[in-house]
Write a protein that binds this ligand. Sequence first.
Ligand code: IPE
Ligand code: IPE
Ligand code: MG
Length: 261
Amino acid sequence: MEFDEGELRAYYADAPDDISLSDIDLTNIPRHVSMIMDGNGRWAEERGLARHQGHIAGVDSLREAVTSSVRLGFDVLSAYAFSTENWRRPQEEVDLLMHLFATTLLKELPLFYQENVRLRFLGDITELPEQTREVFEEGLEKTAAHTGMVFALAVNYGSRAELARATRLVAQDVVAGRMNADEVDERSIEERLYTSGLPDPDLLVRTSGELRLSNYLLWQLAYTEFYVTSKHWPDFSRWDMLRAIRAYQGRNRRFGGVVES
Ligand code: IPE
Ligand code: IPE
Ligand code: MG
């Protein structure tokens, strides 16, 4: 991954009291950071605003998260934007979100060019409203040749649906004689997930304090470190990204092995 330390230092100048770039070991940056962007509604309600104002404010946080992730040199940033269960929300909110995804992506394409970011989607985007799907497909096409960070946005994503789909794809290959049932292993599943080809997340960030996964990346998070902050997503800044990395760097990852002294 291209990495410009001067640019990074300039981006992280004017540090608050409790955190600065010097708290971070730049040789131990997570490859893949994933985020559950929660709390837009609560952020808005606390300010006496409508929920959709929270979603609109959340776009600014996401832009900043993409920029800070590129500067810090992640290989992959992924973010949960809309779950398979979020269709249960009032139609008005669903419509607003779908519209916001499309307009934001179009507007932010220049950022992906400037930062050499390649876009990916996790989830079944064929089920999205036509306008949103078309913009998403355009984004995929236009960033396909980019060689920098991968930005994977989970939209209409549910981990159980993803695992059912992977199982279905394996079963189809077995029935068609392309593979034997006793050859099915972890790789066979992994290759058929939406995240295929991406490293598993090293760090999962969830905003707004809930201690649950809400059907997100159940397979991929097997050995991921979790960082939960009480801040709502629209308040999550480049400094919170550093705080999350600092916490990550204080962990002892064992992957089921022995404690390192
Ligand atoms: C996260 O914020 C954004 C989406 C799920 C689309 P919420 O809308 O879930 O906000 P809260 O959790 O109700 O505060
Ligand atoms: C998780 O947030 C989904 C996204 C952030 C897109 P939710 O707000 O839908 O999760 P729950 O309902 O609190 O578990
Ligand atoms: Mg929520």
